[in-house]
Design a protein around this ligand. Structure first.
Ligand SMILES: CC(=O)CC(=O)C(=O)O
Ligand SMILES: [Mg+2]
Length: 223
């Protein structure tokens, strides 16, 4: 059922954050990953969202916090087993998202065959921009996304380089996870991921549409 909440506040809804990995060949290459034959995806909890004005918190167990700038696709209508041809009808709009990654924890989880929650699902691991209605984006595969750390350009990618297109991602994912209004699909990171430190400033944008800025702080809590 459609919600009465405005989609502009999708990040407050507590809905699913679905993250696609290895969707840019050059990022897969820099990480020495093989390219997936089918989309690879994982989930973040909705408490991972953080908005401009609040910091990105580097978890106490992490020494290598990486930024990954990604186009987010905001779902506007429930999607279950949706064919590619109908997929874009389920999109409400877009947002810029960061898939913040505790890379050291991810490497350890991968080596031990453990789930990636520590690496990808910690609080503030999904900084998110304002919502951009789809009417403002004639073609989501023709966007330049970029990210700077302390003013230095680290990531610049073009959404035309995605391995799996947005309609294919929606069609594939909706056959496994029913997508709800307010859910977001992070479509994967282009190359250039790198580590950030406490006090660093991250600025990221979609060329011609929006930009956002975050600071990194260190988590003080120790269990
Ligand atoms: C496995 C990854 O860390 C890949 C990922 O998140 C990506 O965007 O690519
Ligand atoms: Mg990612």
């Amino acid at each position: 059922m459609a919600s009465s909440k405005p989609l502009a506040t999708f990040w407050e809804w507590g809905k699913n954050i679905i993250c696609v990995g290895r969707n840019y060949a050059e990022h897969a290459k820099e990480m020495k990953y093989t390219l997936p034959v089918k989309p690879l995806f994982f989930l973040k909890p909705s408490s991972a969202y953080v908005r401009e004005g609040s910091p990105i918190v580097r978890p106490y167990y992490c020494r290598k916090l990486h930024h990954e700038v990604e186009l987010g696709v905001v779902i506007g209508k429930r999607a279950q087993e949706v064919p590619q041809e109908a997929a874009m009808g389920h999109v409400a709009g877009y947002a810029l998202c960061l898939d913040m990654t505790a890379r050291d924890a991810q490497e350890e989880c991968k080596a031990k065959g453990l789930p990636w929650t520590l690496a990808k699902g910690f609080s503030t691991s999904c900084p998110v921009s304002d919502f951009v209605p789809k009417e403002r984006v004639p073609d989501p595969h023709q966007l330049k996304i970029w990210l700077k750390v302390n003013g230095e350009l680290r990531q610049e990618g073009h959404t035309s380089a995605m391995v799996f297109s947005i309609p294919y991602l929606i069609s594939y994912i909706s056959g496994i996870v029913t997508l709800e209004e307010g859910d977001v699909i992070l479509t994967g990171s282009p190359k250039g991921v790198s580590a950030v430190q406490e006090k660093d400033e991250i600025e990221a944008g979609i060329e011609g549409l929006l930009s956002m800025r975050f600071h990194v702080v260190q988590q003080k809590y120790r269990p």
